[in-house]
Write a protein that binds this ligand. Structure first.
Ligand SMILES: Cc1ncc(C[n+]2csc(CCOP(=O)(O)OP(=O)(O)O)c2C)c(N)n1
Ligand SMILES: [Mg+2]
Length: 517
């Protein structure tokens, strides 16, 4: 066995069953090793951003890491923005990055020689460069262990080509993964006491506790104490809709957040940090916890947030189920040009139970979220690190993690252009994903932000930098060129017919939803 083979077997034995990759010469032995390990699936992505976004979406739905296979420093650099998003989401990812063979790395003039440790280090929680084939397997096991440390980490293994091709002994045994830290009784008792002090309280939830068990426990607490339940605007995954207690989404803009949180006297952090605004604006606050509002911590991100909520409910004697969402099926909107509200209503009316929504919808988002509040049960994956374009790649990973569930990716038209190559992987892997591109022919949010940051009286050069009209992107042709069936909807009627059809048939599909800007 060579080093690459010991690595692939080790990853598979450690529960890593899928490898999203975009390989080059230095990764050829790892690619060749895939054929020797039946437990490992290889998925080719045509840009490294798609690789990273797919790994992030996979982790959010599978609850465990995928591997990525990336080509030296420059290949990894192409993946950085969506690895950044995955890291902000606290997701596990195991990156395998090929590098020049040890003896070749001394030649700075070789085109792909780079400061690989600096490039990879910028978004890795764990980083190791192999020095010999004999240590590759053990390093692979350690990478998986590191990635799976709660809540989830980015682990990167740099693999010089000779450490992959040289002889090695055997795969390494999987290493134990520490369960998330249990919150101690004192912390639970402290929060339980605070919840009885009569102050206006909210619980701010993030991480695994936003899935069913956590949301149900939080719902019991809310019903018993009157506390509000909140999550950040950008949160990795929320299970919500019919039959579950509602967790409110904190708004996006600074002044909206201030209004929204006004009157709160204490916020209990459950796997979350205190809320701050996305950007700073002249004369507006970044720190949005109301003045005088106390911050209490029930659980840190690396803690067992679900267990902590369940224990808190128990201590409070909160046994009655929370108030749950009853489904409201919106009427089909009257025939008119499509807008974000009518698009949201049609999606909420027609999407199936248990769908997965991969969301980077930017200014089309509020219309969508309003309708889906009372929608069927679904998992909602949101862009987390602010690096746009993650919705189609995350949909790839989510669909591979949950092949029996319909995946709906909703993306801005600007955002979609960062990672459109994801469509090709959807076509090749026959993924059951419908991608909706919100084609408002604009970087709409930036037109809004322009005034908000105080850059008034924009001229034609400024406005042209935020406009996508000239030329207009034809997403139908772009999708068809990558093997994905596609159509354009300009009216509510057209969108309803196309979306209904996409819900009834399996396989990749794209709808260009023409929206006003
Ligand atoms: C990687 C990255 N590059 C650039 C930006 C800056 N940015 C934020 S929003 C945006 C435009 C979004 O346009 P679109 O996806 O069409 O959504 P819309 O605002 O029109 O709803 C850009 C370029 C970013 N957030 N991330
Ligand atoms: Mg747009």
């Amino acid at each position: 066995m060579n080093g690459a083979q010991t690595l692939v077997h080790t990853l598979a034995d450690s529960g890593v069953e899928i490898c999203f990759g975009n390989p080059g010469t230095s990764e050829m032995h790892v690619v060749a090793a895939l054929d020797h390990e039946p437990k490992m699936r290889g998925v080719l992505c045509l840009f490294e951003g798609v690789v990273a976004g797919a790994a992030s979406g996979y982790a959010r739905m599978a609850g465990k890491p995928a591997a990525t296979l990336l080509h030296l420093g420059p290949g990894f650099a192409n993946a950085i923005s969506f690895l950044h998003n995955a890291r902000k989401a606290g997701q596990p990812v195991v990156n395998i990055v090929g590098d020049h063979a040890t003896a070749h790395a001394q030649y700075a003039q070789a085109p792909l020689t780079s400061d690989i440790m600096a490039i990879t280090g910028s978004v890795s929680d764990w980083l190791y460069q192999c020095r010999s084939a004999g240590e590759v397997a053990q390093a692979g096991a350690r990478a998986v262990q590191a990635a799976r440390a709660a809540p989830g980490q980015i682990a990167t293994l740099v693999l010089p080509a000779d450490t992959a091709w040289n002889e090695a002994k055997a795969p390494a045994a999987p290493l134990p993964v520490a369960p998330p830290r249990k919150v101690d009784d004192a912390a639970i008792a402290r929060v339980a006491a605070a919840l009885k002090n009569g102050k206006r309280t909210a619980l701010l939830l993030r991480g695994v506790c936003l899935q069913q068990a956590g949301v149900e426990a939080a719902g019991r607490i809310a019903r018993h104490t009157g506390a509000r339940l909140l999550h950040d605007y950008f949160t990795p995954r929320v299970t919500r809709g019919e039959g579950l207690p509602e967790v409110e989404r904190i708004p996006y803009f600074a002044e909206e957040i201030v209004d929204y949180l006004q009157g709160l006297e204490q916020i209990v952090l459950v796997g979350s940090a205190p809320p701050v605004t996305f950007f700073a604006y002249p004369g507006k606050p970044s720190w949005v916890t109301p003045e005088g509002c106390a911050l209490l911590t029930l659980a840190e991100p690396q803690d067992d947030t679900v267990g902590a909520l369940q224990a808190l409910a128990e201590v409070l004697g909160a046994r009655q189920p929370g108030i749950v969402v009853k489904r409201v099926i919106p009427d089909l909107p009257a025939h008119a040009p499509l807008n974000p509200e009518s698009m949201g209503a049609i999606i909420a009316r027609l999407m199936p139970e248990n769908a997965i929504l991969s969301d980077d919808s930017l200014t089309a988002g509020p219309g969508l979220h309003k309708s889906l509040r009372y929608g069927p049960r679904h998992d909602w994956l949101i862009l987390t690190g602010g690096a746009i374009g993650d919705a189609p790649p995350m949909a790839v990973g989510a669909s591979l993690a949950c092949p029996d569930r319909k995946v709906i990716a909703v993306s801005g038209d600007g955002a979609a252009m960062y990672s459109l190559q994801a469509l090709w992987t959807m076509a090749r892997e026959r993924l059951d994903v419908v991608t909706i591109v919100c084609a408002n022919r604009s970087y709409n949010i930036l037109n809004i932000e322009l005034g908000r940051v105080g850059a008034f009286n924009p001229g034609p050069k400024t406005l042209a930098m935020l406009d996508l009209h000239n030329p207009e992107l034809d997403f139908v042709k772009l999708a068809q060129g990558m093997g994905v069936e596609a159509s354009r909807a300009e009216t509510t009627g057209e969108f309803a017919v196309q979306f209904a059809d996409a819900m009834q048939t399996k396989g990749p599909r794209l709808i260009e939803a023409v929206l006003p800007n």
